[in-house]
Design a protein around this ligand. Structure first.
Ligand SMILES: [Zn+2]
Ligand SMILES: [Zn+2]
Length: 103
């Protein structure tokens, strides 16, 4: 396994989907299908956190400057993080927010 901070294909630890990197230069750290992420970063993309816990999407919000963001909570250490979403995540984000009672 490479630990280089780069956009590479990864397999989602929650649903097993193969996650393709974004082509517009942004960094994708979560699965576009189930939105789960892994707690591997301190700063986005740096892979410097050793927790490796599964991060569950627990909500979302709209930020007037940053756009849609997902709130992830680590199932291992409990840390909560905000993550920007990719445009093709939006349907999954809206479904998750409905199921969590946000919408
Ligand atoms: Zn997934
Ligand atoms: Zn963690």
């Amino acid at each position: 396994m490479s630990r280089k901070p780069e956009n590479t294909v990864f397999v989602c630890a929650h649903c097993g989907a193969e996650v393709i990197p974004l082509t517009n230069g942004s960094y994708r750290n979560h699965c576009p299908i189930c939105l789960f992420s892994l707690h591997v970063d301190n700063q986005p993309g740096d892979r410097s956190n050793d927790c490796r816990g599964l991060m569950k999407p627990i909500g979302g919000r709209y930020h007037s400057k940053k756009g849609w963001q997902i709130i992830h909570r680590c199932q291992k250490c409990g840390m909560e993080k905000l993550n920007r979403i990719a445009p093709d995540d939006l349907d999954a984000v809206i479904n998750m927010m409905k199921s969590e009672g946000y919408l």
